[in-house]
Structures are given as C-alpha cells and as structure tokens.
Design a protein around this ligand. Sequence first.
Ligand code: CTP
Length: 470
Amino acid sequence: MDILKSKENTLFKKIGMLSIEINCPVYIVGGWVRDQLLNRTSKDIDFLVLGDGLKFAEELGKKLGGAKVSLFKTFGTANIKYKGYELEFVGARKESYTESSRNPTVQSGSFEDDLHRRDFTINALTISLNQNDYGQLIDLFNGLEDLSKGIIKTPLDPDITYSDDPLRMMRAIRFATQLNFKIDKHSFEAIKKNSARINIISKERIADELNKIILSKIPSIGFKLLDESGLLSIIFPEFTNLKGVEEKNGLRHKDNFYHTLQVLDNLAQNSDDLWLRWSAILHDIAKPATKRFDNKVGWTFHGHEDKGAKMVPQIFKKLKLPLDHKMKFVQKMVFLHLRPIALTKEEASDSALRRLLFETGEDIDELMLLCKADITSKNEVKVKKYLKNYERVRERLIEVEAKDHLRNWQPPISGEEIMRTFQISPSKEVGIIKNAIKDAILDGEIENKHDEAFRIMLNKGKELGLIVPK
Ligand code: CTP
C-alpha cells in the first residue's frame, strides 16, 4: 500500500511535518490501515503518538486552522474533526483493566507496548509518518498474513487480550461477521473461557457491537458465533431461549432460533434498516412463552405476536436500545407480522386489506418485507406457493391503497366537526362516532370522503340520542 497515493496524503504530510517540528514520532494505526489494505474506505483515522497525544492534537489543531479539537484528559485521547474526518490521537501506552473496573488504568508505554495491547493483529498494523521512514508499513505480529488469510487473532495470549478488555470478544465476532473472517481456534477457546467477563462492559458498548453484527451482510454468522461462545445467553437470553425442538406424538415444531436467523438473513438481502432487522430478530420471541401442545392440531403458539410485542419494551430497556419511535416501530412489526400471511390463507376481503393498511399506516412496505423473509420452508413447492400468495396480497394492497388512500389515513370528519355539529363538548360520544365512521370506511360501506362520512355521523348521532340544533 502506498499512502503517498492516498487522498489523505496532504493531511498526513502536515502531520509528519509537525512531528519533526515538535520532535514527537507519530504513526497511523488500527482500522484505517486495515481498511485501506482491504480496499474499504474509512473516515476514522487513529494516530499513535510517541509522547503527549493531547499536546500533539492541540498543536495540529492550530496548524489545520478551524479544526475542532476535543481533549479527553481522563482517557488521554484527543479527537479532531477535520473535513469530514474523525482524527483520534493517543499517546503510546500500556493499558489494562482491573478485574472489576470498567475503566482502564492508563500508563504510558513504548511503541511495542502499545501495539501489544491492541485487540487483533489486523488492527495492530501501523504506517510511519516520520522523516526517516515516511509511509512505511510496520507489521509486528504478521497482521498482513492474517489479513490475507482472513483470520482474527490477538497479538498476545488471547486470555490476556480478552481479559484486558472483554468487549474485544464481541469485537472479534463482529469483525468475523463484517469481514467474513475466521476467528483463530485458540482465540475462540479464550472467548468461551472468558465469556462471563462481558458483564463488566457497559450495555451501550455491547449494543453498539450487536448492532454492527446485525447490520452485516450475513448477520447469522455473528449470532451463531455469539451463541457458540456462550456470550449470547449472557447478553440476550431471550434469544437463546428460542433454541430447541420438542417432539410429542411424533410431531415436532421447528427450531425457532435457527428459523429466526434465517429470517434475519433473508431480510438482510432486501433491507438495511436496523430496526426492521431487529423486528426480524424479535418476531417470534414469545414462542417459548406461548407454546402449547393440542392433541388435535399439534404444536401451537397462539398469541405469540401479541405477547412478543409486549416483550419488546423490556428487551429494549435491558439492552439499552432506544425507547422511542424506533422501539414502537419494532413493536408494531412484531404485533402485525402474521397478518399478511393470514390474508393469503383464503381470498382476503377488501375490508381485511383495508384494515391492515389502516393499522400499518406508513410502514406497510416494511411489514411486507418482514413477511416475505419469514418464508423459510425447506419445501420448494411450498415456498413457491407462499411467494405467489404473498405477491397477490401485495398487488391487492396496492390496488386498495390507490382507491382508498388509507396509508396515511386522516379521518374525513374531525372531532371538532362532530362537536360543532351536535353542539357537544369532548365526550365518549365523539369517540363512538369517529369509530363508526372509520369502521364504515374500512368495511367498504362508504368511500373515504367527507359527505358520505357526514351521513354516517348524523345516523350514529341520532342513535346516541344527539340532536343537531337548528
Ligand atoms: N482497539 C483495541 N481494543 C478495543 C478497541 C480498539 O485494541 N477494544 C484498537 C484497535 O487497534 C483498533 C483501534 O483501537 O483498530 C481503533 O478502534 P476503533 O475505532 O474502535 O475500531 P476500528 O478498528 O477502527 O474499527 P471500526 O471503525 O470498524 O470499529
């Protein structure tokens, strides 16, 4: 790799000049070097300074003019935002975690100390920005070879590296998933052995890694590794509870863990939306809690969509995922995930389609993608039939929507108009009338238009004993 040809070289030259001026060696290190070698672009660049990293960043900030420098004195790191880049500076250090603490104790160290304490050989590659060997790649731990063979390996004994910072166990699995690399055997053994240490890591950092796994091309790779290593049952036991197949009277149900992973991978081919991918993960989460065996029909999971939707907030809270509209979206997807499939069972009425459009609102396309991903039968004939039915429902939804515009449904008659017409104040009657209008539209009795809705309002009002004053 030739950094002289990289588009960042002008910036690197300036950093190199500063290193001469203040007599402080500096190297590019970590993810940016790895990503360049893999032909991936990255806007985050880490620099290793043999000296005071904070001072280096401050001086550079002056040279770059207008760049925003932030100093994190407790961690001994500095960040500069410059032309869309995030530049991170850190002084070389030895670092270790104490058994119980979440914060590293930081001691300064040599170039070698610093690289030894990094997570993986592929992340410990550096490029010198110094006068005598500017642009030279330094590879202390055969990172280049691991990069070409696709191996995740720690520079030190993996027990030490993972114990120093247990989040690295999640990072190993995340990189293996993103890059489609293998985790070295000893390293994976060490993850299994140290898995319980993940408990000292903050939930937010764990969620960050989990989300990166979920956003990968084939997320199941990561979840299978998380499961095998023992990490998944610690950080997300509700998910591993889906594992297993029970048999009774010769009837078996499917393994919902592997089914869910298949749904997630299917969905990942059609959508990059993190929250829709979370919906796939959680769509059957209440199956263990609702499982019954019925002598006539075999295994049932009645109400798992309803119970699953109710479980979403507590799971989000525990995993420190956002408790806002994103969670509400996931809840809605989990709650409605059976509905389009139910509509394929028999020729669905227009009214059933209208009701689905009304309940999903904006999110109908996402719900349909989730349902399509949920088709995981191994029987090709069945899959073909389901996909055909699914396409039919999709077409009919488009027809009904074009006619009735229920996606962003606004009632044709507002509560204010009802109160004004009957000269009443806010009361339950207003709600009853609004519902009657909504039902009449969804059932196809009237069109989604003001005058027809007005007629329903008058009829319902009369039924309720309301009068229209002269
Ligand atoms: N690092 C480490 N241990 C960690 C986190 C980071 O040793 N727990 C080191 C690695 O050398 C890593 C560098 O710090 O390459 C920068 O970390 P970070 O920006 O978090 O990760 P990247 O490797 O750049 O990758 P990504 O941006 O995909 O997270």
